[in-house]
Design a binder for this molecule. Structure first.
Ligand SMILES: [Zn+2]
Length: 323
């Protein structure tokens, strides 16, 4: 098995005195990088606080990646978006005419806001961006901007198109936005990691590997999402996708679910590392969501965060080896 670099996501506090304690624990455990959530709230109210946390992270010898946590509700995360209320015209429309929760991936204002977010990430001194679970509220967005684009590209109205075409258009919309943002971030000296939630087709998952300016292809095969398909996904789809990613020259990353686990489900972490070993999955980075098994967030913390955290650290001490 190749040497794995371990990472952890972090959002417990923006208080540098308290973060200093957590950072010591993170460093001593052997983590090599921290994915700091950097939400719209952080951008508005904690920009210089985040600058301090990132500087401390790098001084400790760890890399710091920024996560657009819940930003515009286009990305994953337990965080609200103010922007979709300040700019209501950018909200997605669903097939049935209802407003979606997230912003439209094809609206120029969405792109402008996300470029501003990247500017702040670069200015703060992050090493890269961890693009977290780009997703739409429906197969595609059905707003006016998208309808016009669809007519241009497919020569017909969206409401008459079959779902296979709508899904393709939705995926294309996400890929275009990501490719634009990857290129923008790269010009600012930032690396790009894209994490894709495996609740979409294998074909769509694979399509993200071929985006320009992507550095690391990441998957979060959480049992909370995959349910009984977890083992099949780890045994078949992860090796297939990571082989394609390596052929493309990308690094790979897997996330461990350190949240919403019952006491009995903690053994899933044993299955995770056994599957990596038994299927010879070559993965460069393994990270856990999140610090101390999400103990600080009661909404999703496991029944026994201490047990989850210690289990993960025990595999880290063995470099992920199962023996
Ligand atoms: Zn739209």
């Amino acid at each position: 098995m190749n040497k794995i670099r371990f990472g952890v996501s972090y959002f417990t506090t923006r208080d540098k005195r308290h973060f200093a304690l957590d950072l010591t624990e993170i460093k001593e455990a052997g983590f090599k990088y921290i994915v700091h959530t950097f939400s719209e709230r952080d951008l508005e109210f904690y920009k210089d606080s985040m600058r301090e946390l990132v500087s401390m992270t790098k001084d400790a010898g760890l890399s710091a990646l920024a996560d657009p946590w819940g930003v515009l509700r286009l990305f994953g995360g337990e965080e609200y978006s103010k922007w979709i209320y300040v700019y209501p015209h950018i909200r997605q429309k669903k097939h049935n005419g209802e407003e979606g929760y997230g912003a439209c991936p094809n609206n120029p204002k969405t792109t402008e806001l996300l470029e501003g977010w990247v500017d702040a990430v670069a200015d703060i001194g992050f090493d890269g961006v961890f693009w977290d679970e780009i997703h739409l509220d429906d197969l595609a967005c059905f707003c006016e901007v998208c309808n016009e684009l669809f007519i241009d590209e497919y020569g017909g109205r969206m409401d008459l198109a079959p779902s296979i075409i709508l899904r393709e258009f939705g995926a294309l919309s996400k890929r275009r936005l990501m490719e634009h943002l990857f290129s923008y971030a790269r010009r600012k000296g930032l690396s790009n990691t894209l994490c894709v939630l495996p609740n979409i087709t294998l074909e769509e998952l694979e399509s993200y590997i071929y985006l320009r300016d992507l550095d690391t292809f990441s998957l979060d095969p959480y049992p909370a999402v995959l349910k009984t398909n977890f083992i099949k996904f780890m045994e078949e789809h992860v090796p297939y996708l990571f082989k394609k990613a390596r052929e493309r020259g990308l690094e790979t990353e897997l996330w461990v679910q350190g949240f919403s686990l019952t006491e009995e489900e903690v053994s899933y972490i044993d299955s995770f590392f056994s599957l990596i070993k038994n299927k010879n999955i070559e993965v460069n980075r393994v990270a856990i969501w999140s610090f101390r098994a999400t103990e600080s967030m009661s909404y999703i913390r496991p029944e026994n965060p201490e047990k989850v955290w210690k289990k993960f650290l025990s595999y880290m001490r063995r470099d992920g080896r199962v023996d």
